[in-house]
Design a protein around this ligand. Sequence first.
Ligand code: GLN
Length: 235
Amino acid sequence: ESGVALIKAGTLTTCTHLPYAPFQAKDQTGKVVGFDVELIDLVAKKLGVTQAIVDTPFEGIKSGADLNSGKCDVAAAGMTITDERKQVLDFSEPYFDATQALAVVTGKEVKTLEELAGKRLGVQGGTTGEDYIKAQVKEKSLKIEVVSYKDLAALQQALSTNQVAAAVNDLPVWNEYIKANPGKVAVAAGFDTGEQYGFAVKKGNAPLLKAVNDALAAARSDGTYDKIYKNWIGE
Ligand code: GLN
């Protein structure tokens, strides 16, 4: 008896924000797959239920609104653990280390934010990448026009069609984009923000948080985590 109460019997409902490959994105058949999906599948398995994924804007996920309103049991969205988000969500143990990266269309290599003076820099709205860039622009009084896009697909589209001179997002998503679209885009610079991703539950949902942490710990110790990592992220 896990003591875990789910919003829908027999189902672990996960809120996410698509697309965010390699963590969660639709495959050719429309099924949502990825690194986060497989880790949450382990939690569902442990609870003897099936995972159902709900695609919803990132704002409702990180603000706790979706978990509080009962739209989902757990949030799995390549989401960085931050002090601000910890006020409104209960995070699992960290399950992934990430940094921010600056991507450009191949051949237009820039190495620093300073070189983007007078240009447009794309970010994804509501993310830690947006926060990081806005803080840098302010701190260094950079004359960059920061443009926020509603999701990763819109950001990548803007970059590849030269609507922006460069774009910032988490490094693994650029690596994945480059794998899927060889030669189009390159990572020009990295910013070591020391971010860690966590899964989140509604504040106070200790039984579910424990189930998530137990599944993560088991996956780390029996090699499943490494297998999933190798499959979705690489060596
Ligand atoms: N890791 C970033 C954040 O938490 C981006 C997450 C996302 O866009 N899904 O803000």
